[in-house]
Design a binder for this molecule. Structure first.
Ligand code: ACO
Length: 331
C-alpha cells in the first residue's frame, strides 16, 4: 500500500479585481464594514461568459506542468465545485474534454467549501488502492454570477470571489511525503443555515417566478450560526486529523484553512493557541472562493516558501451542509 502525494500545484485567478469601493456603488455597504467583519479588501470576478471549467483548465494545466506531467498522464479527475455551468453534466467531464483526454473517469464533488478536502480524500483513496496513478484534483468556482448585488444580498455578496486551484496526486513511497490522514464529516441538521434553495427538484420546472422574486436562487446564510459552528469545527477537526496520524499541533508548520472569513481564520488561530502566521490567509485579496480556496491558498503558500520538504501541513474546511473535514500532509 503506497502513500499518495501531491506532486504538482496550480492556481488561476481571473484578471478583473473588484474592490469594496465598487461594491459600495451597488448596495448599502462600506469598505469599513466589509474589512472589519470579513477582512476582505478585493476579490476577482470572471469575465462575462467565462465559466468554472475555463478557470479550472488553466489551474489544471499549471498543476500538471508543475508535476512534470501532461494531460495524457491523467487517469482520473475529481472536480469540486458548486458552480457548474449547467445542471448536468458536471464540470469533471467538461474538464476532461477540455484537456483532450477522452475516456478518463471524472467525479464531481458538490460539497461547497469542504469540496476540495472531500475531493483530495477521494483521490488519496483511489491512489492508495492502486486504482489510479495520476489523479487531477480541482477546486474551481464562478460564484460572482450567482450573487445578489443589492442591499438584500449584501451579507453574502461581499464575501465571495471567483478562482480555481488544482493539485496532481500520485503514488509515492509509504515512508515519504504525502497524505498522512484525512477525516470527513457532515451535519444535515444545519442544511438551512447555508443554502441556495433554487433551482430545486421539488418544483415542477425547477424554479418559479415567485422563487426568483424572493431571491431563492441566491445563497442565503445564517451568519451567526455559520460563525459559531465554523469556529468550533475547524479546531476540532484539525486536532482530530493530527491525532489520527499520531502528530500534534506543535509539529505543524502551517494550517491552510478554507478562506471563509478572516474573522473565522483569526478565531481558529486563537482557539488552536497558535500565532496568526501559522494559519495561512489570503482572503484579503481573493475573497471566499469556496471549493477553490484551499488549493489556491496551498499553491500560494508553497510558492511563498511557507511550506517545504518535510513540513507537516494541515488543510481544513467547513461549509454548507454543514460539511467539514481536514487532511494532514507530510510535504
Ligand atoms: N454591509 C453593511 N452592513 C451589513 C452587511 C454589509 N455587507 N451585511 C450585513 N450587514 C448588517 C446587517 O444588516 C446587520 O444590520 P442590522 O443589525 O442593522 O440588521 C449588521 O450588519 C449585522 O449583521 P449580522 O449578520 O447580524 O452581523 P454579524 O455580526 O453576524 O456579521 C457576518 C455578519 C460578517 C456574516 C458574520 O455573521 C460572520 O462573520 N459570519 C461568518 C459567516 C461567514 O463569514 N461565512 C462565509 C461563507 S460560508 C463559509 O465559507 C463556511
Amino acid at each position: 500500500m503506497s502513500r499518495s502525494r501531491i506532486t504538482g500545484l496550480g492556481l488561476h485567478l481571473p484578471e478583473r479585481v473588484v474592490t469594496n469601493a465598487e461594491l459600495e456603488r451597488l448596495m448599502d455597504t462600506s469598505d469599513a464594514w466589509i474589512v472589519e467583519r470579513t477582512g476582505i479588501r478585493e476579490r476577482r470576478f470572471a469575465a462575462p461568459g467565462v465559466g468554472t471549467t475555463d478557470l479550472a483548465a488553466e489551474a489544471a494545466r499549471m498543476a500538471l506542468a508543475d508535476a512534470g506531467r501532461s494531460p495524457a498522464d491523467v487517469d482520473f479527475i475529481v472536480f469540486a465545485t458548486i458552480t457548474r455551468e449547467h445542471a448536468f453534466p458536471g464540470c469533471g467531464s467538461l474538464l476532461q474534454e477540455r484537456l483532450g483526454i477522452p475516456g478518463v473517469g471524472a467525479l464531481d464533488v458538490h460539497n461547497a467549501c469542504s469540496g476540495f478536502i472531500y475531493a483530495l480524500a477521494m483521490a488519496d483513496a483511489v491512489v492508495r488502492a492502486g486504482q489510479y496513478r495520476c489523479v487531477l484534483v480541482v477546486g474551481a468556482e464562478v460564484l460572482s454570477t450567482g450573487l445578489d448585488f443589492s442591499t438584500r444580498g449584501r451579507d453574502l455578496a461581499v464575501l465571495f470571489g471567483d478562482g480555481a486551484g488544482a493539485v496532481v496526486v500520485e503514488p509515492g513511497p509509504d515512508d515519504g511525503p504525502g497524505v498522512l490522514a484525512w477525516v470527513l464529516h457532515s451535519d444535515g441538521a444545519h442544511a438551512k443555515d447555508l443554502v441556495c434553495e433554487a433551482p430545486s427538484s421539488l418544483v415542477q420546472g425547477r424554479i418559479t417566478q415567485q422563487m426568483v422574486t424572493a431571491g431563492q436562487h441566491y445563497p442565503r446564510m445564517n451568519g451567526r450560526q455559520v460563525f459559531k459552528h465554523a469556529t468550533t469545527r475547524f479546531p476540532e477537526v484539525i486536532h482530530e486529523v493530527l491525532g489520527k496520524c499520531g502528530h500534534t499541533l506543535d509539529e505543524v508548520k502551517l494550517v491552510v484553512p478554507h478562506q471563509a472569513n478572516q474573522r473565522i481564520g483569526d478565531a481558529v488561530a486563537e482557539r488552536l493557541g497558535v500565532p496568526p502566521q501559522k494559519v495561512f490567509q489570503n482572503i484579503q485579496r481573493c475573497g471566499n472562493t469556496t471549493a477553490a480556496s484551499i488549493p489556491i491558498a496551498l499553491a500560494e503558500a508553497r510558492d511563498l516558501g511557507l511550506v517545504g520538504p518535510g513540513d507537516l501541513v494541515v488543510l481544513a474546511a467547513f461549509g454548507s451542509g454543514f460539511t467539514w473535514g481536514a487532511a494532514a500532509l507530510r510535504w
